[in-house]
Design a protein around this ligand. Structure first.
Ligand code: SAM
Length: 285
């Protein structure tokens, strides 16, 4: 066990800086103060962070540390910190390490007795949760779902049992399929899509998952968080609309009608003849 005050003594310390998720005015005076004191700024994207620093009127040498070079970059950063240099780390938006690189860097610092501190800032997940109006006593942060259909559905089926409010990150090119899969697996739950937080076109779409799944994907551009109500205790009967959405999801992935019907019946436990009837009324010309 190790116990040490962060701001006592002069042993090395890595600062994590949470950066704006849209509105650049959300950089805090403390972030400006800490960054100004650094010898080096390590960043996920040095061009992006370079723009932020130049807006703040700060000039610092950068070290690139992203998903694909985090191991080697961390060695370099640790070496500088152990030599007594001051270094901070920032990702593109929000908190480093949260659906972003930084965890390997933090671990490498801890292994080398380097302390860690954070300069607080905005978080897309917490902003969305706070504005959602859904239960925020307990929540589960999923972040991005796996990109492959089978793995994504396995994760969603596991999440379906959780009673906490669920928080997801998603990109515009996958949002349509993700909402369909969520509606098919999680059912008729309340959900809020929080788009372009802190930016000029900030928007909240509040409804149920099937309603969100029916939105025109062309209207869902930019960055977004989806907040979904947790499992309630009242048992909900699987609806025809949910089955139709599950079928649509399977068909969008290129399954034949026969495969789609078999898979939806198997996953939902609904008899095949009911799934077939729903297929006929929704998809057969
Ligand atoms: N490290 C960040 C954090 O602390 O929230 C998350 C980075 S992750 C690579 C990017 C995802 O965060 C986006 O795809 C989106 O889901 C969410 N996000 C980031 N900025 C956002 C914003 N302004 N509005 C809505 N969602 C945002």
């Amino acid at each position: 066990m190790k116990r040490e005050l962060n701001f006592e003594g002069s042993s090395p310390l890595l600062y994590l800086i949470a950066t704006p998720i849209g509105n650049l005015k959300e950089v805090s005076p403390r972030a400006i103060e800490v960054i100004s004191e650094m010898d080096f700024v390590a960043a996920e994207d040095t061009r992006n962070s370079g723009k932020l620093l130049s807006l703040l009127g700060i000039k610092k040498p950068f070290i690139s540390c992203h998903e694909h070079n985090e191991e080697e970059a961390s060695e370099k950063i640790v070496k500088l910190l152990l030599e007594g240099k001051k270094v901070c780390y920032m990702s593109d938006a929000g908190y480093p390490t949260v659906s972003d690189p930084g965890v390997r860097l933090v671990r490498k610092c801890l292994e080398n007795d380097i302390k860690i501190s954070v300069v607080s800032g905005p978080s897309a997940a917490i902003n969305a949760l706070a504005c959602s109006g859904l239960d925020s006593t307990h929540f589960y942060f999923q972040g991005f779902l796996p990109p492959k259909e089978q793995e994504r559905n396995r994760v969603l089926n596991d999440l379906a049992k959780r009673e906490e409010t669920l928080i997801f990150y998603e990109s515009p090119h996958r949002i349509a399929l993700t909402l369909i899969a969520m509606a098919a697996t999680l059912g008729n739950r309340k959900a809020v899509l929080a788009r372009e937080l802190t930016k000029t076109h900030e928007e909240f779409v509040r409804g149920t998952l099937p309603e969100l799944a029916a939105l025109d994907p062309a209207s869902l551009l930019g960055e977004m968080v989806i907040v979904v109500e947790g499992k309630t205790n009242s048992p909900t009967e699987i609806t025809d609309d949910q089955i139709a959405l599950a079928l649509r999801d399977e068909l969008e992935w290129g399954r034949t009608s026969k495969e789609a019907i078999a898979s939806v019946a198997k996953n939902s436990g609904v008899p095949k003849n009911r799934v077939y009837a729903i297929y006929l009324s929704n998809f057969k010309e």
